[in-house]
Design a protein around this ligand. Structure first.
Ligand code: BV8
Ligand code: ZN
Length: 246
């Protein structure tokens, strides 16, 4: 794939690079995205499943859906896009990674200090008292585990629709968008707020905005540059080009 030399030069000069990722980065690892035609929401209604109301009204269904997604996550590996982003940490004077993903593949690929906006699907906690749950998650006939402290229902430690994002993650993200001079939006449809506001905010604070996505999104018209390709292809090529202009 061709990458404009102006884009490579701009990236080369960057002092503080921030990357925001979405489900598209994990697509090449075999994890379904949410809004692509074959995505998770194509078959299921997110409000019913990825929300507190959905969980409270149908806990066993929601729990088994997350158990199913956890099994998929446990059987997947990071792809070249994750590894390229981990590599970027070492290339720039300052670097920050913010993810909407809950699969922790960035950490498996070697990324450090990952800001997780939407929590993670690996851990669980009590819906009532928030106590972390470290016990057995697979019970006979799909029963939900219960909290040893208060008897509350155990849920995955993801952020559901209608729930606030973790305060520290949001505070850190605000700091990053105010300070970075180059912001990559990679593999996200930029439709879920407040995460979707970050690329535009970074641009408003003066950063150059590069979008890496095979498709157009809600923020494509804001981007200074677009790499219209899968992240597992575009990012390794971009890193190669940067090395060529040592
Ligand atoms: C909040 C975790 C304050 C769970 C997720 C009414 C009531 C309540 C809230 C709202 C409301 N109306 C609006 C809201 C706000 C709401 C929202 O934004 N809704 C949207 C849908 C309109 N947001 C919230 O509720 C947030 N909380 O606002 O709190 C509040 C409190 C009370 C009341 C009001 C407000 C919480 C949002 C977090 C929800 N949790 N996930 C789980 O995973 O099960 S969201 C879910 O969407 C995932 O986390 C995902 O990360 C996120 C964003 O999706 P993307 O990552 O962008 O994935 P998507 O499939 O959309 O796109 C993939 C892209 O990749 C595509 O563009 C595709 O082209 C591209 N791609 C494909 N292959 C590749 C690729 N790119 C590169 N390479 C490839 N190979
Ligand atoms: Zn509890």
């Amino acid at each position: 794939m061709k990458i404009a030399s102006e884009l490579v030069q701009t990236v080369k000069k960057a002092k503080y690079v921030a990357v925001l990722t979405g489900a598209g980065v994990s697509a090449e690892s075999g994890i379904a995205t949410f809004r692509d035609p074959d995505g998770l929401w194509a078959k299921l209604n997110p409000a019913e499943l990825a929300s507190v109301d959905g969980f409270m009204s149908n806990p066993k269904l929601v729990w088994s859906w997350y158990q199913h997604r956890r099994d998929i996550v446990h059987s997947t590996e990071p792809n070249k896009g994750h590894y390229a982003i981990a590599e970027m940490e070492k290339v720039f004077p300052e670097f920050a990674l913010i993810t909407q993903n809950v699969d922790r593949l960035h950490q498996s690929a070697g990324s450090n200090d990952v800001v997780e906006l939407h929590g993670n699907i690996i851990e669980n906690h009590c819906q009532k008292c928030k106590k972390p749950f470290l016990g057995e998650t697979t019970l006979p006939d799909g029963e939900l585990p219960r909290c040893s402290e208060c008897g509350g229902m155990i849920r995955p430690s993801v952020v559901w629709f209608g729930e606030n994002l973790p305060f520290e993650a949001m505070a850190k993200s605000e700091e990053i968008v105010e300070s970075c001079d180059l912001f990559f939006s990679v593999g996200t449809s930029a439709e879920v707020y407040p995460a979707a506001a970050l690329p535009v905010k970074a641009k408003q604070y003066g950063a150059t905005l590069i979008e890496v996505n095979p498709n157009k999104t809600a923020i494509s018209h804001y981007a200074d540059f677009r790499l219209e390709a899968p992240s597992g292809i575009a990012l390794p090529i971009l890193l190669e080009k940067l090395k060529e202009i040592e």
